[in-house]
Design a protein around this ligand. Structure first.
Ligand code: SF4
Ligand code: SF4
Length: 209
């Protein structure tokens, strides 16, 4: 019958509307901002930069490789690489972002930046209350505004953050084992070099007969 689908849809809506007065299960809306529904663990809004420890500048995982900047579809990430280097989480000297901005008024929350980052440095935030009356630059977030601790990451995405920590810890353990083996090999080599060379046999005089 022509229009049957529309009538069925309207009947469902009417049932839910009337039911919402008697059943809490059918009342799916809340009176925001006084009431809020809990954020889902896999919710994603805009990206943030993860740092380890208590100092965001020292602990930032980002090494300014610029892969996310290249892959971002609407090109809303702006990075400037540092001139100097600082140690990363395994102690390897790495560049860091002297500038890292994201224009969240352009970001489309696709998460591609997160997927392409080889350093677990950028993740999706669940914070959505970012409205501002500053039309010019108010939504251009700089690296300090984007930096959030690993503890915060664990609070909003606990399952994913646990997996990331386990992976980084095993990479760190492997790097430490490799460095220890290299140090032991170098020590053994220098100990060998320091050993006195064996005494040469005395030359024969030829007058024994
Ligand atoms: S979520 Fe997508 S659009 Fe937003 S910064 Fe990352 S790659 Fe760009
Ligand atoms: S966030 Fe990741 S992909 Fe982007 S520049 Fe930093 S390390 Fe590279």
């Amino acid at each position: 019958m022509l229009g049957e689908g529309i009538l069925k849809g309207m009947a469902e809506t009417a049932k839910n509307f009337a039911g919402s007065f008697v059943s809490e299960d059918r009342l799916t809306t809340v009176e925001y901002p006084e009431q809020r529904i809990p954020t889902f663990e896999n919710a994603r809004v805009f990206p943030f930069l993860v740092y380890d420890g208590s100092d965001w500048a020292a602990g930032m995982r980002c090494v300014a490789c610029q892969i996310c900047e290249k892959e971002c579809p609407p090109k809303c990430i702006y990075i400037e690489k540092s001139q100097d280097k600082k140690p990363d989480f395994v102690g390897k000297p790495q560049f860091y972002p002297a500038r890292f901005d994201i224009d969240v008024s352009v970001c489309m929350s696709c998460q591609i930046c997160v997927e392409v980052c080889p350093f677990e440095a950028i993740k999706m935030d669940t914070e959505f209350e970012l409205a501002t009356d500053n039309r010019f630059g108010g939504l251009l977030l700089d690296r300090e505004e984007l930096a959030k601790s690993n503890e915060y990451y664990h609070r909003i995405h606990p399952t994913e953050a646990d997996e990331v920590d386990a992976r980084l810890n095993s990479e760190k353990a492997a790097a430490e084992a490799k460095a220890k083996a290299a140090a032991q090999a170098a020590a053994a080599k220098s100990a060998d070099a320091a050993k006195p060379s064996p005494a040469k046999p005395a030359p024969s005089t030829g007058g024994e007969d």
